[in-house]
Design a protein around this ligand. Structure first.
Ligand code: HEM
Length: 135
């Protein structure tokens, strides 16, 4: 069966108890049949009906069993359109600025070690010179 593609607009139309879709990790799930069986209650399901439920689903820390159930409800994948919200990632994404500052720290560390080395070398040279002056 070819995977059907839905836009956020398509999913948003399925937001009632009788017709309930949700987006989790950019996949579309038809949770209509499951909503009554949900151990976490129907209320929370209806809250995110027709929307991206990735964060809500992941925040609970659902079991592997819950994830297996989820897979049986798969009906398609999300067709992202310009202007749609970014994928909701549960893991913190590294922003470019965070990367730069980490790189900056590395460079500073190398610089510190290098300067330390120079100072030690300088001291050594100085002591050698002192020794020779004594002879
Ligand atoms: C189709 C999607 C979902 C499936 C298949 C699912 C399945 C389950 C299952 C099997 C449990 C029992 C505990 C476990 O095995 O982890 C559970 C508990 C729970 N779920 Fe979901 N769930 C879904 C979506 C959601 C969403 C979107 C929310 C929140 C907005 C939610 C909130 C909860 C909560 C709060 C519990 C804990 C209930 C308790 O411990 O008393 N679930 N879910």
């Amino acid at each position: 069966m070819a995977e059907k593609e839905y836009t956020y607009q398509d999913v948003a139309e399925h937001n009632t108890k009788k017709d309930l879709f949700m987006v989790i990790h950019d996949k579309i799930y038809d949770t209509t049949k499951f909503v009554d069986e949900h151990p976490g209650g129907e209320e929370v399901m209806l809250d995110v009906g027709g929307q991206d439920a990735t964060e809500a689903f992941e925040d609970v820390g659902h079991s592997d069993e819950a994830r297996e159930t989820l897979e049986t409800l798969l009906v398609g994948s999300l067709k992202r359109q310009p202007g749609d919200p970014e994928p909701k990632a549960s893991q913190p994404s590294l922003s470019p600025s965070a990367n730069t500052s980490t790189a900056g720290l590395g460079t500073a560390l190398y610089a510190a070690v290098f300067i330390g080395g120079l100072a030690a070398y300088g001291t050594y040279q100085y002591m050698q010179a002192q020794k020779e002056a004594q002879n």
